[in-house]
Design a protein around this ligand. Structure first.
Ligand code: ADP
Ligand code: MG
Length: 369
């Protein structure tokens, strides 16, 4: 059973049980929607980050991890078209990490982002773990009643948009897997303190580590590599876009791109009982990926389609609402990448060919029975 089958079963179990009439949306969207008062709905989401699966201890720093833990949940709240308000965070740390300044650095990254969006930390939990760092992040948002933007409300003829550009975070992850480690002060500082904590020591030179991956941080290529690493390690949730698309009733349906465009578009289409036709030429590639793809054997289209963790918003807009869309929010532009179709297939048009678009994004327990 994979992650998605498990969630489907759980969802059926909750739907067949007695449930509160104030649950507007339970399992099955980026976040749940609860009718909290007559003048607002609450949006609640939780995300788990596990060392070794969701991040590597030696490739990030505590403050980047604090930022990312909050960012991924802010992204889910944005994908509901709502404004984030409150948060909780629980951390499980091995004793040797607990004794370092990990906690302080983690929360400096966390608070820097929470302050940016006026989110108040209202609780959490702390536990000792045996080996791995585990972080669970909850964010609560609010939205005018009935304005939450669901995955299940796309209609044939809707135009499909994405914010920002795609593929950068997946390229960053590939570079990390090839052995790249950042040389920017924030990455290096955290890496160094963790290495002391773990009793492992490696000499970090500019952008190179004892992994066989070398680059010079002072060159143009070094700049590109560092910015791709940060796209993965320090995602920027599209909070401003989320609020505009929800409150102004611009998005007809929405999801955030955490697993990859193909996979998340698949989730949206399945929930809405529709299909989609994507125009390959309109996909906004990350420029940095294009710059280094040849030398580092990365495929920009594959990364943009199937790579995860860009945390951009994917949303659909009825044709009569397109003229009301702002060009940019917080400096971030959008691109129209395709159209929702009546049949349930996911397809991509590339030059004069139309291919079936298979979901190739990230999936937990993909190989498990
Ligand atoms: P996202 O990628 O947007 O965070 P997920 O794929 O993690 O969404 O989850 C999809 C849906 O399944 C969400 O509604 C989420 O709340 C629900 N879900 C995931 N894991 C569990 C669980 N252990 N118990 C209940 N609901 C879950
Ligand atoms: Mg999501």
């Amino acid at each position: 059973m994979n992650e998605f089958e498990f969630i489907r079963r759980l969802r059926e179990q909750t739907e067949s049980r007695k449930r509160s009439p104030r649950v507007i949306k339970g399992i099955g969207d980026d976040a749940s929607v609860i009718r909290e008062a007559s003048d607002r709905d609450l949006i609640i989401t939780t995300d788990l980050l596990v060392e070794g699966t969701d991040f590597y201890r030696d490739a990030t720093s505590p403050d980047l991890l604090g930022h990312k833990a909050l960012a991924v949940s802010l992204s889910d709240v944005a994908a509901m078209g709502s404004r984030p308000r409150w948060s909780m965070v629980s951390i499980g740390l091995p004793a040797e990490i607990w004794r370092t300044d990990f906690k302080e650095s983690f929360f400096s990254g966390y608070f820097a982002l929470s302050e940016q969006y006026g989110v108040t930390l209202v609780g959490g939990d702390v536990s000792e773990s045996k080996e791995q760092i585990v972080v669970d992040s909850i964010v609560i948002g609010e939205v005018s009643p009935g304005r939450a933007v669901l995955r299940s409300t796309a209609q044939p003829g809707d135009q499909i948009f994405v914010t920002g550009n795609l593929g950068g975070a997946a390229a960053g992850l590939k570079l990390i897997e090839m052995g790249a480690r950042g040389s920017s002060p924030t990455v290096r500082e955290g890496t160094a303190s963790r290495q002391e904590a773990g009793g492992r020591r490696q000499e970090l030179e500019s952008g190179a580590v004892a992994t066989g991956f070398h680059y010079d941080a002072k060159t143009a290529e070094g700049d590109v590599i560092e910015s791709l690493l940060l796209r993965h390690l320090r995602p920027e949730p599209r909070v401003g876009w989320g609020i505009v698309l929800g409150e102004e009733r611009l998005a007809a349906s929405m999801i955030d791109i955490s697993d990859g465009l193909s996979s998340d578009l698949g989730h949206l289409c399945r929930e809405s009982n529709v299909g989609a036709l994507i125009q390959s030429a309109n996909i906004p590639f990350d420029e940095d990926v294009r710059k280094i793809c040849g030398r580092r054997a990365l495929d920009p289209l594959a990364l943009a389609l199937h790579g995860g963790e860009d945390f951009e918003l994917l949303f659909t807009v009825r044709s009569e609402d397109i003229a009301r869309l702002p060009k940019r929010v917080d400096g971030i532009a959008i691109s129209c990448v395709g159209e929702i179709t009546r049949d349930s297939s996911l397809r991509i048009s590339e030059r004069n060919h139309i291919w079936e678009l298979k979901g190739g994004g990230f999936e937990h327990f993909r190989q498990s029975k």
